[in-house]
Design a protein around this ligand. Structure first.
Ligand SMILES: Cc1c2[nH]c(c1CCC(=O)O)Cc1[nH]c(c(CCC(=O)O)c1C)Cc1[nH]c(c(CCC(=O)O)c1C)Cc1[nH]c(c(C)c1CCC(=O)O)C2
Length: 358
């Protein structure tokens, strides 16, 4: 097989269609025709058309049906006119794909039957091969065709956030078992994160080679850690993931919640774009991250429950704080909530486009 027949060859051929999009330009810190907008969790339960196509199909099963994944990924692009699509999946999909016994419980989140806490448990975390997630390659192939010049963002969970679900056995407020392992057995912890970094890298590579134009690494719960612990116990594994996909030249976005004290380190791990939650204004976030990186964020999602005037005024505050940035991708400070009014999101996209049009 020659290089041009390989999935990588296809990627090279597809890249130009999305290359000049506002989203990718902002990620590369180039001038943009308008500030690009997308929303974390834009595909999902805030949309009636999502609920309709998902009816009776469990979450993880829906992630393995390419036609359905394509439809759900496209829904927010059609409805809101966002500048990028995010691949419909979940951070636990690659873990399910290597055979772990886990499920996503509605209203709860990922639940793992047998938590991973000992060295012997590590054997259950085998490497991920493209074959394990053939449905991802298939779905992305169909998606990039339909999306045309709208970029598709691939994503994965970062090693810490995945470890938290695996070690706790489910969602956790305090991450107590996870931290006990991290502090109590640093070598086992490092080996666990290294393994997860390998799985995550392989999963992101599959998405990029199938045609994703950017990737986001979600470390949603890493804000639970102090900077010194992040640097020692997390950064090496996240850096391994970013290094593994550096050669593709697609922008790498890194996001977590409550990460005000970690923004600089998350950039250092190798992100091109650092996602910021609503707690730190973007001008201050830029000081913490330093030069050479774009920022993504950061309207408080709860603002969307206020009146249109309030939403627009708060969005303008975000845009004002972003004024001097090298590159800005507008987003919420965390995901869309299921009870949000989809029309408020559509109006917000139009408002940001209008306000920033050059
Ligand atoms: C921590 C995390 C998870 N999953 C994800 C993260 C990181 C992002 C974040 O910080 O919010 C990532 C994720 N999960 C999902 C997406 C789809 C793409 C998109 O952003 O639109 C993405 C990017 C679909 C989903 N993932 C999930 C749903 C809801 C399941 C359903 O529709 O029945 C969707 C659409 C389930 C899920 N999966 C997870 C949680 C916490 C939940 C919610 C549990 C609940 O309240 O029901 C784990």
């Amino acid at each position: 097989m020659s290089a041009m027949d390989s999935p990588t060859g296809q990627q090279t051929k597809q890249q130009p269609r999305t290359y000049d999009s506002a989203f990718l330009k902002a990620c590369r810190r180039e001038p943009v025709p308008h500030t690009p907008v997308w929303f974390m969790r834009q595909a999902g339960r805030s949309l009636p058309e999502y609920l309709k196509v998902r009816e009776g199909i469990p979450m993880l099963e829906s992630c393995m049906r390419p036609e359905l994944v394509k439809e759900i990924t496209l829904q927010p692009v059609r409805r809101h006119g966002v500048d990028a699509a995010i691949y419909f999946s979940d951070i636990v999909v690659p873990l399910k794909a290597i055979g772990l016994d886990l499920d996503i419980k509605p209203g709860v989140g990922p639940v793992v039957a047998d938590p991973i806490r000992t060295r012997a448990d590590l054997d259950r975390l085998r490497d991920l091969t493209p074959d394990d997630v053939h449905y991802v390659t298939e779905a992305i192939g169909m998606l990039t065709e339909e999306l045309g010049d709208t970029p598709l963002i691939g994503f994965a969970g970062a090693p810490f956030t995945l470890a938290s679900y695996l070690v706790e056995g489910g969602p956790s407020r305090n991450h107590e078992h996870t931290k006990a392992l991290m502090y109590g057995d640093p070598q086992l912890w490092a080996d666990l994160l290294d393994r997860l970094a390998g799985i995550t890298s392989a999963f992101l590579k599959v998405q990029i080679e199938a045609g994703a134009s950017a990737v986001q690494l979600f470390d949603s719960w890493v804000g639970a850690l102090a900077p010194a612990d992040y640097r020692r116990s997390i950064l090496p594994a996240s850096a391994k993931v970013f290094d593994a996909v550096a050669g593709y030249g697609v922008p790498r976005i890194h996001f977590g919640v409550g990460t005000g004290e970690l923004l600089g380190l998350m950039g250092e791990a190798g992100a091109d774009v650092v996602g910021v939650d609503w707690r730190v204004p973007l001008d201050e976030a830029a000081r913490r991250v330093g030069p050479g990186k774009a920022l993504q964020g950061n309207l408080d999602p709860a603002v969307l429950f206020a009146s249109t005037e309030v939403v627009e005024a708060k969005a303008d505050e975000v845009l004002a704080a972003a004024k001097g940035l090298e590159g800005h991708v507008f987003n919420l400070g965390h995901g869309v909530m299921p009870s949000m009014d989809p029309d408020a999101l559509t109006r917000l996209v139009a408002h940001v486009h209008e306000r920033t049009a050059v």
